[in-house]
Design a protein around this ligand. Structure first.
Ligand SMILES: N[C@@H](CCC(=O)N[C@@H](CS)C(=O)NCC(=O)O)C(=O)O
Length: 209
């Protein structure tokens, strides 16, 4: 399998963490969606990452859809319960973290692609408010020792890659007091072997505006 995408993309990194956690071998295509957009578009039709190229050439896109496939292969080792309230809880916490990421990314892209005088303050304020609300709600719902209780799940992975992204790119709504539990969880997860194996290389950074 080939994982397409750089690890400064939290949704790409979350697929990489799952692949390492499941012990599934893969290689990487680290061409950039910005610098190498044309090449990436030939693999991933929306020029988005992650994409996963399977051994028979089939290409999967979208982290949730990719993880659905990997979870199926992982069976009982999957980072999500098979059914019932426990599964819904992991899906909802993951959706909250991923939704928060989407709002954070919208702010990053608005600032990257628009000169200050062309940015929409109303849009930025809305996204920042939604991102803050996402972090607040994640904090409120957080269980222990992991996001959804006793075992590591996709929710922990999404929260951890989100926190990394916010600390690196757009930390202004991430509070060291209000969101301390999320930050601590992310720090603990970053120490686990699967997260360490999916550490960023220096070249894997979206160009600064
Ligand atoms: N829902 C998608 C989101 C994918 C996504 O937005 N990826 C970003 C990188 S984090 C991207 O490719 N952005 C470039 C673009 O949208 O043009 C997933 O979970 O895979």
């Amino acid at each position: 399998m080939i994982l397409v995408g750089q690890y400064d993309s939290p949704v790409t990194r979350r697929v990489a963490v799952a692949l390492h956690h499941y012990g599934m071998p893969f290689t990487r295509d680290t061409r950039s969606i910005f610098g190498d957009a044309q090449a990436v578009s030939k693999i991933s039709p929306l020029t988005r990452i992650p994409a996963l190229v399977l051994d028979d050439g089939e290409v999967l896109i979208d982290s949730a859809a990719i993880l659905d496939y990997l979870d199926e292969q992982a069976g009982d080792a999957a980072l999500i319960p098979g059914a019932g309230p426990a599964r819904r809880r992991v899906l909802q916490m993951t959706a909250l973290a991923q939704g928060t990421l989407e709002k954070v990314a919208a702010v990053v892209y608005e600032r990257h692609f628009h000169a200050p005088e062309h940015r929409s303050t109303a849009w930025l304020d809305r996204c920042l408010g939604q991102a803050r609300a996402g972090l607040d709600e994640l904090t409120r719902r957080l269980a222990a020792p992991y996001a959804c209780g006793p075992t590591l799940s996709h929710a922990d992975v999404m929260i951890t890659t989100l926190i990394w992204y916010m600390q690196d790119r757009m930390g202004e709504v991430l509070s060291h007091t209000a969101h301390a539990d999320l930050i601590r969880l992310a720090e603990r997860c970053e120490d686990l072997p699967a997260f360490r194996a999916a550490a960023l290389s220096d070249f894997e950074k979206m160009p600064r505006s």
